[in-house]
Design a protein around this ligand. Structure first.
Ligand code: TF8
Length: 338
């Protein structure tokens, strides 16, 4: 771990090459550099997708835009990296939508537990008009949302006990993402939640500061959480989208042609990432069990009970998120589910 921290510190300290722009919306012809950072490690589909973005952009711009990639939170956690984009000291980040709600409250609509019944429905809503409308809200925060990628359905792990029902959440110290709706929903379930940046999570589990966490199987496996967690349940309580975010200042200073290239590259790389991510989530539950984790199945009945239990929190947040957008998303989900 000490070694890793040294490496991360070294990487975190690299200075950006100047992203000079002439400010009139057209490229000056000199080389531009996109510093792109993500929270997960280089084994995760999120990083493979980012490499795909790099490949497409560098090829289509004949190398006039270079993409430097940083994984494992080398440039900071999701929240810090979003702030980096606002001052254009970093140009790309692909965070979960949950911490984005601290910047644009409407993103919390995706924090509603059990909102999306399937990945297919999520794709339709996110890639459709409703998803775009929410991305557009980012502009007010000096951010540009280019595409939705996938983190995926979140499942609970912990080191204390098998969790199969609402009662089993009682007193469990669960790390949540930095998001109020998540925090309150886990409180409502009887757990003892603590919001924490992902970069601090492994150590917190190792040292017992928290008993558990929730993330898709791909993350649980590829980040080796099985080394410090004994139980996994398929709670599938929330579908987490990722958003491919770009600094608005950087985007606005690209030529129209290059804007089109980065937008299409983010979309194409996102399709690739979703595909890899689904394959990963499919195969890693078995791998987690091979690594010694005990799997507990959540019945539809138990999941329904969880859904009922957190409903007051959802009702409470509806006005904070915006009634119109919540209703619109519910409607879009219904449409897409037909
Ligand atoms: C979390 C999220 C993360 C990502 C990534 C580390 O638990 O699910 O996996 O947003 O940036 O914090």
């Amino acid at each position: 771990t000490a070694m890793l921290i040294l490496v991360l510190a070294a990487c975190g300290g690299t200075e950006s090459e100047g992203n000079s722009s002439n400010g009139d919306g057209s490229d000056s012809g000199e080389e531009k550099v996109i510093r792109a950072g993500i929270g997960l490690n280089d084994k995760h589909p999120q990083y493979k997708g980012l490499l795909k973005f790099k490949e497409i952009v560098e090829e289509k711009t004949d190398g006039s835009i270079k993409v430097e990639t940083f994984h494992s939170g080398q440039l900071g956690d999701d929240r810090t990296m979003i702030e980096n984009l606002q001052i254009n000291s970093q140009q790309v980040v692909i965070p979960s939508t949950a911490p984005m709600a601290n910047f644009v409250p409407e993103f919390s609509v995706f924090d509603i537990p059990f909102l999306f019944p399937s990945e297919d429905v999520a794709d339709q809503v996110l890639d459709g008009e409703t998803g775009q409308k929410i991305l557009d809200k980012l502009e007010g925060q000096d951010l540009k949302g280019l595409a939705y990628w996938e983190n995926g359905f979140r499942d609970l792990t912990n080191s204390e006990r098998a969790v199969s029902s609402v009662e089993d959440f009682k007193g469990l110290k669960i790390r949540t993402m930095e998001n109020d709706l998540h925090l309150d929903a886990f409180k409502e379930l009887g757990a003892n939640p603590t919001p924490m940046a992902f970069t601090e999570l492994f150590t917190a589990m190792q040292q017992g500061t928290v008993d558990g966490q929730e993330n898709p199987y791909a993350t649980i496996y590829l980040q080796k959480f099985y080394e410090v967690q004994d139980h996994v349940s398929n709670t599938h309580h929330i579908y987490s989208p990722f958003v491919f975010l770009m600094s608005k200042t950087f985007f606005d200073n690209l030529s129209e042609e290059n804007q089109k290239i980065v937008k299409e590259a983010a979309e194409e790389a996102g399709e690739y990432e979703r595909k890899l991510n689904r394959e990963a989530n499919e195969k890693y539950l078995k791998k987690l069990q091979e690594e010694g984790m005990e799997f507990t199945e959540i019945t539809d009945e138990a999941r329904e009970e969880m859904k009922k239990k957190v409903q007051p929190v959802v009702d409470e947040y509806k006005s904070k998120i915006g009634e119109d957008i919540v209703d619109e998303v519910y409607k879009a989900v219904e449409e897409a589910s037909k």
